[in-house]
Ligand binder design. Structure first.
Ligand SMILES: [Ca+2]
Length: 169
């Protein structure tokens, strides 16, 4: 279990969800989080060396389950913006926009390999005229997971990637 958590910490990816006044909200739209994909027993609001956990990270194991983590932890991130491509398939990964982004639905997503605090990651997306990703349904969650798993830069972090073959193309 310890090694799992260590792996998880090394590969964490910030998404745009944050707890405010004990409610989970998307930071860009301000909307309450309706769809969610929490890891079992999460959000637990505590853990690690930090006292509180108010930001959501997702780690591409299993079903890209979410965990609340201290906003001061340093993670990779996914930025998102609107896109006109209307890609419907999760596994095609068409290029979209600049910054090496990949398209799905009506959004373009860009993986940021820098490990930043949640607020820094949020600002980093804004500098690209994007925002931290806001995941609204299971298919979108699956797309983001698949996109991250497709990146060699993320795979080399020492995480076990042996579940990759289970994805049906
Ligand atoms: Ca947690």
């Amino acid at each position: 279990m310890k090694s799992f958590l260590q792996n998880r910490a090394s590969a964490c990816v910030w998404i745009g969800g944050k707890r405010k006044l004990n409610k989970w909200k998307w930071s860009h739209s301000g909307a309450r989080i309706t769809y969610s994909s929490w890891y079992p027993n999460e959000p637990d609001g505590r853990g690690g060396i930090f006292a509180t956990e108010n930001c959501i990270e997702a780690t591409p194991t299993g079903s890209f389950d979410w965990n609340d983590l201290s906003c001061l932890a340093k993670c990779h991130s996914i930025c998102q913006t609107r896109w006109n491509g209307k890609q419907q398939k999760i596994y095609d990964l068409p290029d979209c926009g600049a910054h090496g982004g990949k398209g799905y639905g009506q959004s373009c997503y860009v993986y940021r390999s820098d490990k930043l605090k949640w607020n820094e990651a949020k600002e980093s997306c804004i500098q690209l005229n994007m925002h931290l990703v806001e995941i609204s349904e299971e298919d979108e969650n699956s797309f983001v997971r698949y996109y991250i798993m497709s990146l060699k830069s993320h795979r080399t972090l020492g995480k076990p990637w042996n579940d990759a073959h289970k994805i049906n193309h």
